[in-house]
Design a protein around this ligand. Structure first.
Ligand code: SAH
Length: 319
């Protein structure tokens, strides 16, 4: 029985790898991430940036600093800039629009936003300023679990925003966390089915990793093999969605996590360009890996794959 289970697991990962090859070819897309603020107005139980965490040095990058860094990233041949932060309303609609349009003016790169839940008209304004993609993980599709983990937020609203982002023409990413306390395998299957149902352009799938200054500090981390299987299922079901080898997954297996993800369905990798002095305080979870562009390129070549030279836009055909 045990042997059979093992064979099944290998088959699943290999099938995902074949699906990736068929629909996404051997190209791996680089996304350069800037974690520009660790202030957050939300209180998600698992996240180190949560509002109630007093044991964190908060920072905000200035708009000029963000734009300048984006220009440097693009100059190194990275054609997608991901702007990520806590849900930080210090940055107004107007200031974010200015940052987006300046990056778009000064580079040929795609801009992906990962800045959480905002009023709906903010999203339209970001789109009008030239933002290309929006990443908003649904985190878990189990409503009861969602409610406990995200005080003051609800799953319906998150899903409504995802539909809205799609409607106004963003390339949309969602995704989920694997191994949350009290999460079942059924929950995870539903998470993956949602990605298919939403027909997402991209999805981030990573394990839960405890952060010492959160209420979930003492919970065990998500299982690496289970995370790889969920990633593989997502690849098989979504076919050509862009799926990153996530930093969280690699943080659980520092030696070969990225490589194993790239061989289990992933086709994207996200080197981190946040200046070191800030990055040490972007502690969404403990022991987060700092992936340099150089290291990312080494991993791609070790996986026997090629670096995409394009922007890596969605492979989905939209009407
Ligand atoms: N404020 C933005 C960005 C959040 S940080 C938003 O809400 O979309 C990006 C991702 O980090 C989250 O979507 C979540 O899935 C992940 N994350 C946060 N804490 C984590 C933890 N302890 N373990 C694993 N992933 C975590």
């Amino acid at each position: 029985m045990e042997k059979e289970t093992f064979i099944f697991e290998q088959d699943l990962l290999q099938m995902a790898d074949r699906t990736r090859k068929k629909f996404c070819k051997d190209e791996v897309h680089l996304r350069g991430i800037i974690e520009f603020s660790n202030y957050c107005s939300r209180d998600c139980l698992y996240c180190g940036l949560r509002r109630d965490n007093k044991n964190i040095t908060r920072y905000r990058m200035k708009p000029g600093e963000i734009v300048g860094l984006a220009v440097k990233i693009a100059a190194q041949g990275v054609n997608t800039i991901v702007l990520q932060s806590g849900d930080d309303f210090y940055y107004t609609q107007k200031s974010l629009c200015k940052i987006i349009s300046q990056i778009k003016q000064k580079t040929g790169a795609a801009v992906t936003l990962s800045i959480g839940e905002r009023p709906l008209d903010d999203y339209q304004a970001f789109k009008d300023s030239g933002a290309d993609r929006y990443l908003l993980k649904h985190e878990t599709l189990n409503p009861a679990l969602y409610r406990i983990l995200h005080p003051g937020q609800n799953l319906k609203q998150r899903l409504k925003i995802l539909e809205y982002l799609k409607k106004i023409g963003f390339q949309v990413g969602s995704g989920n966390i694997v191994g949350l306390p009290n999460q079942s395998i059924k929950d995870l299957m539903r998470d993956v089915l949602l990605l298919k149902e939403l027909d997402v352009d991209m999805a981030g799938i990573g394990p839960f990793i405890p952060q010492k200054d959160t209420p979930l500090a003492d919970q065990p981390p998500g299982d690496l093999d289970l995370t790889l299987k969920v990633l593989a299922m997502a690849r098989i079901l979504t076919k050509n969605a862009h799926l990153p080898a996530t930093t969280a997954l690699a943080s659980l297996d520092r030696e070969s996590g990225y490589l194993r993800a790239l061989k289990s369905g992933a086709n994207v990798i996200m080197p981190d360009f946040t200046p070191a002095s800030y990055q040490i305080n972007y502690r969404i979870y403990d022991n987060k890996i700092d992936l340099s562009l150089k290291k990312a390129k080494q991993i791609i070549s070790k996986a026997g794959r090629t670096i995409s030279r394009g922007r890596g836009d969605s492979l989905k055909k939209r009407p």
